[in-house]
Ligand binder design. Structure first.
Ligand SMILES: *Cc1c(COP(=O)(O)O)cnc(C)c1O
Length: 344
């Protein structure tokens, strides 16, 4: 039986052209700056994000921790959403590794933080207070339904940051999904930010890696911190080669994932036993509430799994489905059929 795996876009396998590219990659010692393939990926990524420089890192988590530590010193404070991936899913690394104090504000359903609340959270100079250094945004916002956050809001946050001498970091694990959904260039979307990290290994289907982008000075610092964290890799061009294919071949097709997410969301909306607001699905993520009596999300997921459909339980009554490169519109039809059966 063919498995339709909708748990995450991280399950994507490298494409045939990636396998070819990584087998043939020209490599060198990247810690010496001598891996031409890594250098090429970093140059391409910086260009794509409209930033001066870029750094290839092992994961989205590493992109975030090197960015936080490049902007903040120990004891400094960052303002961040309480539903953010950094706060929720990264082992408290901000505090544990960076010594950075997270000041959480409630994420709104659209993934934003209210501007007035950001302003109110910025610390005045006082010997009792930590120093506020950084505002962190997430785009698209994973736990807020994969919501893309628009340029206007990004600029509003930048204006607050500038007025108070703060930096802005964007956790843009899925920044290209945001740009495509909003119909804007990713450069314009992250122009208000000082730094941005994005994942190659999610919807872009590379086997490993993320890229951090920012000014030359920022990336120099990020490179030192990556080394401190043990993230200095040697012939990493083997991995970067796949990332280059991601940038060249895998971005525009994300629109297909968004279309499939729409099909799925509107199909699920018709089923009793489920509750979903399909008009809120804007990218490749579909969160659905299980309202079926006596069937928690784990039980429903288990039932579907025996039918070859994998969804991710993300709460007692919540399932997540993420569309990606290996999921076709026909697959969505199959998923809807099996879901309808499982609920009956
Ligand atoms: C997946 C994800 C990350 C972390 O990426 P890893 O490569 O899994 O470490 C960070 N932020 C967001 C929003 C993500 O979805």
């Amino acid at each position: 039986m063919r498995i339709i795996d909708l748990r995450s876009d991280t399950v994507t396998q490298p494409t045939p052209s990636m396998r070819k590219a990584l087998a043939e990659a020209e490599v060198g010692d990247d810690v010496f700056g001598e891996d031409v393939t890594v250098n090429r990926l970093e140059k391409m990524a910086a260009e794509r994000m409209g930033k001066e420089a870029a750094l290839f890192v092992a994961s989205g988590t590493m992109a975030n921790i090197v960015s936080q530590m490049s902007h903040c010193g120990r004891g400094d404070e960052m303002i961040i959403g309480d539903q953010s991936h950094i706060f929720f899913y990264e082992q408290g690394g901000s505090a544990a590794i960076g010594g950075i104090h997270p000041r959480t504000l409630p994420n709104q359903p659209d993934g934003t933080l209210p501007i007035q609340e950001i302003e109110a959270a910025i610390r005045p100079a006082d010997i009792h207070f930590p120093k506020t250094r950084l505002i962190v945004l997430e785009n698209t916002h994973n736990r807020c339904g994969g919501a893309p956050i628009g340029i206007k809001y990004m600029k509003a946050v930048r204006d607050v940051a500038r007025a108070h001498g703060l930096a802005v970091h964007v956790d843009g694990a899925r920044i290209f999904n945001a740009a495509i959904s909003l119909g804007v260039d990713a450069r314009d979307l992250v122009a208000p930010a000082d730094s941005v990290g994005f994942c190659l290994s999610k919807g872009l289907a590379a086997p490993v890696g993320s890229v951090v982008c920012g000014t030359d000075d920022f990336i120099l610092e990020a490179r030192r911190i990556r080394k401190m964290l043990g993230g200095g890799m040697r012939q990493a061009g083997i991995l970067a080669a796949a990332g280059i294919v991601s940038l060249n071949e895998m971005i525009d097709r994300l629109a297909e994932d968004h279309a499939n997410a729409q099909l799925l969301a509107w199909g699920l909306a018709d089923m009793s036993g489920l509750s979903i607001q399909p008009e809120r699905v804007k990218t490749n993520m579909v969160y659905v509430e299980v309202t079926h009596t006596d069937m928690p999300s784990t039980a429903l997921a288990k039932k579907l799994e025996t039918e070859g459909v994998r969804l991710l339980p993300v709460g007692p009554n919540k399932l997540r489905a993420v569309t990606h490169y290996h999921v076709t519109s026909d697959d969505i039809g199959v998923v809807l059929n099996r879901m309808s059966k499982a609920l009956n």
